[in-house]
Structures are given as C-alpha cells and as structure tokens.
Design a protein around this ligand. Structure first.
Ligand code: GLY
Length: 385
C-alpha cells in the first residue's frame, strides 16, 4: 500500500492503540460474545436476548464478529490467547445449529469469521464441518424463480418469503468458500446468481442501493422495495451502501467477474461523492438535516471496500479510493473513538437503523471492520471473507 509518511506514522500509532486496547478488552471479555456496551462494559449476546426474539441471543447475526476480531489480533500479534478466545465463541455458536429455528441468511457473517477462519488458519476439521453446515443452510435459502437468497424467516405479521436484502452480498462469500473448498460448483453458482440479481434489482443507476427488495417468491417478479433500516423507500441507508460496495468487491475477488468490480466502483463513486467535509457518515445519505444521526460502522465497512478497490485499479485511479478510505478511518480514529478504559469498545457512534430506539452507541462490527481496514492498510489482512 503506497502511503505517504504522515499516513504511515498515523497508521502505526493506530495499530499500537488497537493492540493496547484489545489486550485488556480480550482478557476482560474472554467468555462473552459482545454486541454493544452497557455503561462501558461489553454485553454478552450469547446469553442476553434483549428483544426476546428467537433470532436474537445466541442466534444474533453479529455473533461472528468477536471471533473475527480475535483472529485478526492473532494474525497481527501471534499471541495464542486470541486464538483460544476465538475458539470459545465458535463453540458457543454450535447451539444455533442444534436449535435451527432462529437462523437466517446471516450465517456468512457468523461462521466465516469464526469456523472458516479457524479452519483456514489451523486446518481443524471440526471447524471445516461447521463452515460447511452453515454454507448448506445458506444455499438452502435460494429461491430459484427469483434468483435470490431469502433474507429472514417470517417477521411478526410479515410474509418474508420473497425478501432479499443488500447485506446478503456479505454472506455469499461463505458460498464461494464452500465451492473453493470442496470443488463443487453449486455453491458458487448460487452466489453468482444472487449477485447478478442484486446487480439488477438493488443497484440504482446513480450507484445508490436499495436495502430490501421483495420478489414474488413463485414467479420472481419484483413486487416492491423498502427503505429497511434507512430513512424511507428510495433513500440511501449508508450501511447498505457499504455492504454493496464491499460485497460486490468480494464477489469480484472470488470470481474475477468484471461486472462485479464495476458495480463496486459505481457504488464507491456514489459513496465518495456523499462524504461530507467532516468525514462523518450519516445513517442515511438522504435523511433530513436534523437530527444529525450518524453511523460509524458504515464508514468502517466502506473503508475496507475502498482499500480493496484501490488494490486492483490502475495507478491513476488508486488514490481516489485510498484517500477516501484514509479520510474515513482518520475521522473514526480522531473523533469517533474511545481509546481509554472507560469503554470496552473502540468506535462509539454506531446506529443499527434510522428508526432504532437509540443511536450513537458502540456496535461490534464497527470495531471489527475498523480493525480489518487498518490491518489491510498495513498490508497484513487475514482475508476472512
Ligand atoms: N446486516 C444487518 C445490518 O447491517 O444491520
């Protein structure tokens, strides 16, 4: 990565801060699977189930990120305590397979950063088996008529048989892995069919993306789009932009299909054009001016995708993507982080959704993607996805 001297210095300082913080946070949270903090301390989503929903608690879609953070730290430091902590969380997730009900398409987010990474690093066959179980669950959600992977099982009073969401672009790398691992093309075929559908049904001509598209589950016609976790229908939920940007880039990396790269670039151009001078990312690029709701997780995820794009484009384009990524990451470090012992989390300004009950709180995947982006910049990425 071609960084100037100032950026190199900044990067090495951030990496030192991450190492220092993760050292004590990991000891303190060894047996937890955190999602957010309560009065500065990590919660434990492997036990807590605040919504009472079957898809929450141990089935909560973010439960792979803590393991992923531990594997990133193991890769960076070589310290085996991080491997052990990652394995504790991986084993807890076995309960999800046993329960079955409560699972959803986010099995990629859950088992890629845990079991699949464990298998890639250690060749542990139990972990490979878990990854394959998860891949088969994801493949089983494919709708042949519409060429999409169903996102969620039914929500209260909502028939979701035809629902697909942009976030799934980040679950399908599990299918690419399963094909790469077994030599069986079925998984990759499903992933590419889903990505093709997402290119045509989710990505708008200006590079912005829909969050939710509802298809007729019997004939595959598009029925309706929804604003989902963003402001309203037709708006531009920033984390959805990030899932699309980085997700299409991952599909390009796994398949070499140039249409996916061009789609990632188109979403990236839209994203970059909407980054404010402050570098702060709102919850939705089309939200009203007030209240000023932010989502630092969208910035961290986008930064990862922008760095990946910068690696494959020509020298004349590289800096556009790289400079945008560095601007996002520097803003996160300098004005949206808590590096002290007052909080177990690094980033403090995440928002799950525009209409969520609370905003500007730590969310585990914000820290995960912030760390991933920083290690990518250093050239020491673990390639979890
Ligand atoms: N994948 C769900 C979210 O980004 O909130």
């Amino acid at each position: 990565m071609m960084l100037n001297e100032t950026d190199k210095l900044w990067l090495s300082e951030v990496i030192e801060k991450i190492k220092e913080k993760m050292d004590w946070v990991s000891d303190k949270s060894r047996n937890k699977i955190p999602y957010t903090t309560i009065d500065g301390d990590y919660d434990d989503r492997s036990i807590d189930n605040p919504s009472g929903n079957v898809a929450d608690g141990i089935n909560w879609w973010t439960n792979g990120f803590w393991g992923g953070m531990m594997w990133l730290m193991h890769h960076e430091t070589g310290n085996n305590k991080y491997k052990e902590i990652a394995q504790i969380s991986e084993e807890k997730l076995d309960q999800c397979f046993a329960d079955y009900y409560g699972l959803h398409h986010d099995v990629g987010f859950m088992w890629l950063p845990t079991s699949v990474t464990n298998y890639k690093v250690t060749k542990n066959l139990e972990s490979r088996k878990r990854g394959m179980h998860a891949a088969n669950l994801l493949a089983g959600r494919f709708n042949l008529a519409g060429g999409f992977i169903r996102a969620w099982d039914d929500l209260p009073n909502t028939d979701t048989r035809g629902w697909a969401i942009i976030d799934c672009m980040f679950n399908i790398p599990l299918l690419y892995w399963a094909s790469e691992e077994t030599g069986d093309p079925r998984f990759k075929q499903i992933a590419m069919r889903h990505a093709d559908t997402a290119m045509s049904a989710f990505v708008r001509t200006d590079g912005s993306v829909n969050h939710i598209v509802e298809f007729d589950p019997f004939n595959g016609d598009v029925v309706k789009t929804y604003g989902g976790q963003g402001y309203e229908e037709g708006s531009s939920w920033t984390r959805g932009q990030s899932w699309g940007l980085y997700g299409f880039m991952m599909s390009y990396i796994h398949t070499g299909e140039v249409a996916y790269l061009n789609t990632a670039k188109s979403i990236a151009h839209y994203f970059i054009a909407n980054i404010a001078e402050s570098g702060i990312i709102p919850v939705d690029f089309r939200q009203p001016n007030e209240p000023k709701l932010e989502d630092d997780t969208a910035a961290a995820i986008a930064a990862c995708g922008l760095i990946e794009i910068s690696k494959v484009v020509g020298a004349h384009e590289k800096d556009v993507y790289l400079n945008a990524a560095i601007k996002l990451l520097r803003t996160l470090d300098q004005s949206r982080s808590d590096w002290s012992r007052n909080s177990d989390a690094i980033l403090q300004y995440g928002s799950a959704a525009y209409y969520a009950d609370s905003h500007h709180l730590p969310i585990i995947y914000g820290d995960y993607y912030f760390m991933e982006a920083v290690f990518k910049l250093k050239g020491n990425d673990l390639y979890i996805w």
